[in-house]
Design a protein around this ligand. Structure first.
Ligand code: PHE
Length: 454
């Protein structure tokens, strides 16, 4: 049997896990979801979900991975010695494959905006045309053309494959440790600028002033789904990374660091984007195109704005890249363990299939955009399906598995290896894991699917 690679350092694991968590979910999806679902109502639920549901699920996934040391599809069955529980892993792998397809497309959009910023074309507004119309036109013509995002998404997939093909220590860990600090510096600079915009105060109120009138089951499930998406929960990633964590490490501590970093970046992304939205009278509810239309307005008015714009899209690209690396790692580990191929062959096979699948989604936004399923494009369906159904469902299964089948005593015993117990918080979080997480999510999903609002 091949020797399993492991992460060499704690900071490397945190960088890789935070690299997975921090991505388009924080920078592109969180702001438009918050905008669509009423701002602060969404955000309050989001934060509660991260602390009481997300955090225990993260360390549970890590613990299962470290205990079993196998790929995500087999780990859940192995930890309780019951093959039927592999359904959890299979659901996770399905989610991740679906997400990768549209993630590559959005990353392609980001790369396009990066190049358009560097060349300055994005900011050449034709005479007599309003800037917001200009940015809308650029976005529409990019997605309609299909081949631009397809080619650029492929470039992103190749960059990802390059890192994955080098393995855990030399690839994922090494590059995460380089890329994540760059990300932090770029981000702090952008936020500092955003505080100087006139819409800053309004956006703080929109995001943080409690407003429970917007609170509906739809908002709650969307916020929980987004919290899990953002933390990469229920997708086998944390189980897989857990399988590479050494027994010396404190899993709880790693999980906590990931939660804090991911939440801060999401909230700051809101603070970065909404001042632009309010300053230039854009619609907060605009959806997936929000960052591509709001921020260019700001950059347009700034001296040297196109370079800030290039930096911003570079920043988003790096965040997306470290997430893509984690996504591809799931099918790579799975395929490699099944076929015993070497890492390079496995990686490039997965990259090829991911690209081919992503072209379908890209076409669905372009030449095939007339195809609508339940009133949504193919991308819209996948986004909805994963956010509201497959990810929450996998989370329910993990919570039930850990709380009732594997049992929290065994979880705590695994966590105690390399870590210290936290008696009081453990009790509360165990209660949530066993009772609240599964019951609440099931109720919400039923109400969403049946259209009955409790
Ligand atoms: N958590 C990542 C983000 O916020 C997205 C992601 C989903 C990463 C699934 C890996 C797996 O962008």
């Amino acid at each position: 049997m091949q020797q399993r690679d492991i992460f060499a350092s704690k900071i490397g694991i945190i960088a890789a896990a935070a690299g997975s968590a921090i991505g388009l979910g924080n920078l592109w999806k969180f702001p438009y979801m918050a905008g669509k679902y009423g701002g602060s109502a969404f955000i309050i639920i989001y934060i509660i979900a991260i602390i009481l549901m997300g955090y225990p699920l993260i360390y549970s996934e890590f613990a299962i991975g470290r205990k079993t040391k196998v790929n995500a599809a087999d780990a859940f069955g192995k930890v309780v010695n019951k093959k039927c529980w592999n359904i959890t892993g299979i659901l996770s792998v399905i989610s991740i494959c679906l997400i990768t397809t549209f993630y590559l497309m959005i990353t392609g959009w980001v790369v396009y905006y990066f190049f358009q910023s560097v060349t300055g074309n994005l900011y050449v507004v034709p005479e007599g045309i309003d800037a917001s119309v200009h940015f809308t036109n650029i976005f529409s013509s990019m997605s309609a053309s299909m081949w631009i995002p397809a080619i650029l998404g492929t470039v992103a997939a190749i960059a990802t494959g390059f890192i994955n093909s080098l393995g855990i220590k030399e690839g994922i860990e090494k590059y995460s440790k380089i890329l994540m600090p760059i990300l932090a510096v770029l981000f702090i600079g952008l936020i500092a600028y955003s505080t100087t915009l006139s819409g800053f105060k309004q956006s703080v109120l929109f995001l943080f002033q409690p407003n429970f009138t917007a609170l509906t089951p739809t908002v709650v499930i969307a916020a929980i789904g987004q919290a899990f998406f953002s933390l990469s929960i229920g997708m086998g990633i944390l189980v897989t990374y857990g399988s590479y964590i050494s027994e010396k490490e404190d899993i709880r501590h790693i999980a906590k660091s990931v939660c804090v970093a991911d939440t801060l970046i999401a909230l700051f992304a809101g603070l970065l984007i909404f001042p632009a939205v309010f300053t230039y009278n854009l619609e907060p509810t605009q959806g997936p195109s929000l960052i591509f239309m709001s921020l260019p307005q700001v950059f347009l008015k700034m001296p040297g704005g196109r370079w800030f714009s290039a930096l911003f899209f570079l920043f988003v690209f790096i965040a997306a890249l470290t997430s893509l690396v984690s996504m591809l790692e799931i099918p790579i580990t799975y395929l490699q363990e099944r076929t015993h191929w070497n890492r390079k062959k496995t990686t490039w096979t997965i990259v090829t299939f991911s690209c081919l699948a992503s072209y379908i989604i890209t076409a669905g936004e372009g030449p095939l955009s007339s195809i609508h399923i339940f009133g949504m494009t193919i991308f819209g369906v996948l986004d909805y399906l994963t956010n509201n159904i497959t990810i929450p469902l996998a989370a329910v299964l993990i919570a039930v598995l850990v709380g009732w089948v594997w049992k929290t005593d065994n979880l705590n015993a695994e966590l105690a290896i390399g870590g210290r117990g936290e008696k009081f918080t453990d009790k509360i979080l165990t209660f949530f894991l066993k009772w609240i997480t599964p019951v609440l999510i099931v109720i919400l999903m039923v109400s969403l699917l049946t259209g009955v609002q409790p």
